[in-house]
Design a protein around this ligand. Structure first.
Ligand SMILES: [Zn+2]
Length: 212
């Protein structure tokens, strides 16, 4: 997608509100520099430990992915009138509009229940710029989002592992998504901490789902 098309689409998606706020796809949004997200993640890792911090961020990613899918697929009725792969690619395209990076679907196999994504992650680029090469992959928010998309597509709980990360010095970030039970035990155990059950939005006291 070229920059002019993106500029026009961003103009259509973001609307100024009377009270000084912004609306993105009908919900309140704001524009935040990526270094703020990087700082938050680093602080959480430092204060809570790598596993706990990653798990919380992964959970937030899952929630975000689930909300994005609900908004586009269900609320706009696209789940009924669009082939699943096309709908998925449409969802992935939204990533560019909100500045997270370009997402490319490398592999999609509905029968085998697996997909592979490549991402030019803005977050990983900023992480590397500010902290140098990381020894771990850093895009837990994206892993959670991809896992939520996997669950919506394959209709069972999915896990996402990040096999390459720009923050580690790779050219691209790579994510593999499959149903959790399809991962070999060793690999699964390594990332199992991400699946830690956490309170839902409503259990935390929210009166409704954001896009309900
Ligand atoms: Zn990454």
């Amino acid at each position: 997608m070229n920059r002019l098309t993106r500029t026009m689409m961003i103009g259509r998606l973001l609307k100024p509100l009377e009270d000084g706020g912004l609306s993105l796809l009908g919900t309140r949004a704001n524009i935040v520099a990526v270094f703020v997200d990087v700082f938050r993640q680093k602080l959480m890792e430092e204060e809570l430990g790598y596993k706990k911090a990653s798990s919380i961020i992964y959970n937030v990613g899952q929630f975000t992915g689930q909300q994005a899918w609900n908004l586009i697929a269900k609320k706009k009725g696209m789940e009924k009138r669009m082939p699943l792969k096309k709908l998925f690619e449409y969802n992935l395209g939204q990533s560019e509009f909100i500045g997270r990076g370009k997402l490319i679907l490398q592999l999609f196999n509905l029968k085998e229940k697996i997909f592979v994504l490549h991402l030019t992650s803005s977050f990983a680029k900023e992480y590397k710029r500010l902290f140098g090469n990381s020894k771990n992959c850093v895009d837990h928010i994206y892993r959670g989002m991809a896992a939520a998309f996997g669950k919506a597509i394959f209709k069972e709980p999915c896990l996402c592992i990040e096999t390459k990360c720009i923050a580690k010095g790779n050219e691209i970030c790579e994510f593999i998504v499959k149903p959790t039970k399809k991962f070999k035990l060793k690999k699964k155990e390594k990332d199992l901490f991400l699946m830690e059950s956490m309170p839902s939005f409503k259990e935390l006291g929210a009166k409704k789902e954001p896009y309900a």
